[in-house]
Design a protein around this ligand. Structure first.
Ligand SMILES: *[C@@H]1O[C@H](CO)[C@@H](O)[C@H](O)[C@H]1NC(C)=O
Ligand SMILES: *[C@@H]1O[C@H](CO)[C@@H](O)[C@H](O)[C@H]1NC(C)=O
Ligand SMILES: CC(=O)N[C@H]1CO[C@H](CO)[C@@H](O)[C@@H]1O
Length: 515
């Protein structure tokens, strides 16, 4: 690691007037460049903004957090292998069926998704191409200052991987500050000193959508084509999505993009009465104007909350059975289930071949690169690995190295360390298998200052790196048509809160300063 210059603290100690200037600059830059969200009700009540015209700055760090260069490079270098791995999992219906069978009892949502897949399979899929806009999330693990830091995967997202649009803007903001405001108070913080990696997430994610659009429009179309963003309504994180949309439209060959609230799917779309089952989008302002949907990009539909009734499931079925390229398909969404991550990351005895060889050729060197990022994760079921894990989980000492996570998608809180044994003992043992046990990742100490709702929070922080990937493949031939690493996201939260996520009101946007 590069030696930091003589006792200069990082982030620098700010005089109140310096902090004030920095905050003023960030507030204006953020709004001027769409580093923004719709205000949370706790900040602006619905009565105060009945027309929904207000936006506010996204929580953001004042300085880019230091991030080990080797970890950053490690994460970027294996993204294409991760894309390929998850494309391959999505092609392995037998494997996914086993996964679904194992969790169907505790997870109605997964069971319902599987039913949608079965219905379409029975009728026959018409679209063989499948698009993934993925994000692999990591934390740096370094238990002692002497240890070489490595990245450990927290989760892999196969649906609605968000913040790509805001992330590009955050690295631009920090770059802007490095040439404008930082030098005013600390000479050492100029661009030449700060290694701020380029962040192309908006462009690269848009390129992934475009590759699917181009593949679709190559064959004959019956109407002008478009991309649909299936969204929640209302959506606070709307500008993140808009950046992607604008990128698709600003291109030299612009693509028509429409936002479709998931709940309106059945009123705004229909299926053409042809053997190809094209998905048709009817313009709300003029329903006789019809577009053919080339790509459906889901920013909704990832959790049970989006399916309040049977018509929501019919909407998902309508999209799944259509000829539109789905980002993602049901099978790709299921590939992102926590149970899949656990099965990949459960340690096997040394005589056992890695489960990864089911998806990647055993000689492929990327297998080791992927395995290096796994944290040990155990089921709490009746398998031998599960039996071992049960002992770890209730041991008052050993439990200190673990976090207990619900198996169910989008559900419940995590239980940490010594809270695990009493929590498990409060449940009947038959319920234990609805959790997985994951080794805790120990991040190196980092300090930063977060600007949130106009106030500064300073102290120890934990950074989570996300690397985006885009992949387009053919489910039938297994051929990969597009596979790219697509930029990064850094999210930072106070080291006292153990739940993450900027939109949830805990974390903040950040960018990397490589060290
Ligand atoms: C691999 O591991 C599984 C589960 O632990 C076990 O059932 C199986 O016998 C092992 N196979 C070999 C070849 O060791
Ligand atoms: C999709 O795959 C099936 C099965 O291999 C094949 O019969 C069909 O022709 C393919 N469809 C297209 C449009 O390529
Ligand atoms: C998409 C995006 O924001 N890309 C930017 C990443 O950073 C480089 C270097 O600052 C910019 O030139 C790109 O525009």
């Amino acid at each position: 690691m590069a030696p930091s210059r003589a006792a200069e603290p990082y982030p620098p100690n700010l005089h109140p007037s310096e902090a004030e200037q920095l905050v003023a600059t960030i507030k204006d830059w953020s709004i001027a460049h769409g580093l923004a969200v719709r205000p949370p009700p706790a900040v602006i009540s619905a009565e105060a903004d009945p027309q929904g015209i207000l936006a506010t700055t996204v929580p953001v760090t004042l300085f880019p957090s230091p991030f080990p260069r080797i970890c950053f490079e490690q994460a970027k270098s294996i993204q294409k292998a991760y894309n390929k791995l998850y494309a391959s999992i999505a092609q392995d219906e037998g494997f996914l069926e086993e996964i679904v069978q194992q969790i169907i009892e505790v997870d109605d949502f997964i069971a319902e998704l599987w039913q949608v897949h079965l219905k379409v399979k029975e009728e026959g899929y018409v679209q063989n191409l499948s698009l993934g806009l993925f994000r692999s999330d990591y934390m740096v693990h370094q238990s002692t200052a002497e240890e070489i830091p490595t990245i450990k995967q927290v989760e892999f997202n196969t649906i609605a991987s968000s913040f790509g649009g805001l992330s590009s803007q955050t690295s631009k903001l920090h770059k802007y500050l490095a040439v404008s405001d930082y030098p005013l108070f600390k000479k050492s913080l100029q661009t030449t000193e700060l290694d701020l990696p380029e962040n192309q997430s908006t462009k690269s994610l848009a390129l992934g959508l475009r590759s699917a659009y181009d593949a679709y429009t190559k064959s004959e179309n019956i109407h002008p084509c478009c991309i649909i963003f299936v969204v929640q309504d209302p959506e606070r994180n709307i500008f993140d999505q808009r950046h992607l949309e604008y990128e698709l439209q600003q291109h030299k060959s612009p693509i028509s993009v429409f936002r479709l609230p998931f709940a309106e799917t059945l009123t705004r779309t229909s299926i053409a009465e042809t053997s190809k089952r094209q998905l048709l989008y009817h313009l709300p302002s003029n329903p006789s104007k019809v577009f053919e949907v080339a790509v459906v990009y889901f920013r909704a539909g990832y959790g049970p909350g989006d399916y309040p009734d049977a018509s929501a499931w019919n909407a998902r079925l309508q999209i799944e059975r259509s000829n539109a390229i789905k980002c993602p398909t049901i099978l790709t969404q299921l590939a992102g289930a926590k149970k899949v991550q656990q099965v990949l990351a459960t340690p096997t005895s040394s005589s056992n071949l890695s489960i990864l060889t089911r998806f990647i050729e055993a000689e492929d060197p990327s297998i080791h690169g992927l395995e290096d990022t796994f944290t040990n994760i155990f089921p709490l079921d009746d398998t031998p690995a599960g039996q071992e894990a049960r002992k770890l989980a209730i041991d008052p000492e050993k439990c200190k190295g673990y976090v207990l996570k619900p198996q169910r998608e989008g559900g419940g809180n995590n239980i940490y360390r010594t809270a695990i044994p009493p929590f498990l003992k409060s449940l009947p043992e038959t319920h234990w298998k609805s959790f997985i046990l994951m080794e805790i990742i120990i991040p190196p100490p980092v300090k930063n200052i977060i600007l949130r709702n106009g106030a500064l929070e300073q102290g120890g922080v934990i950074c989570e790196l996300g690397v985006y990937g885009t992949c387009l493949w053919d489910q039938a031939t297994k051929k990969i048509l597009h596979n790219e690493e697509a930029g990064y996201l850094l999210r930072t939260k106070g080291d006292k809160s153990e739940e993450g996520g900027v939109a949830a009101g805990f974390g903040s946007m950040d960018s990397c300063r490589l060290v």
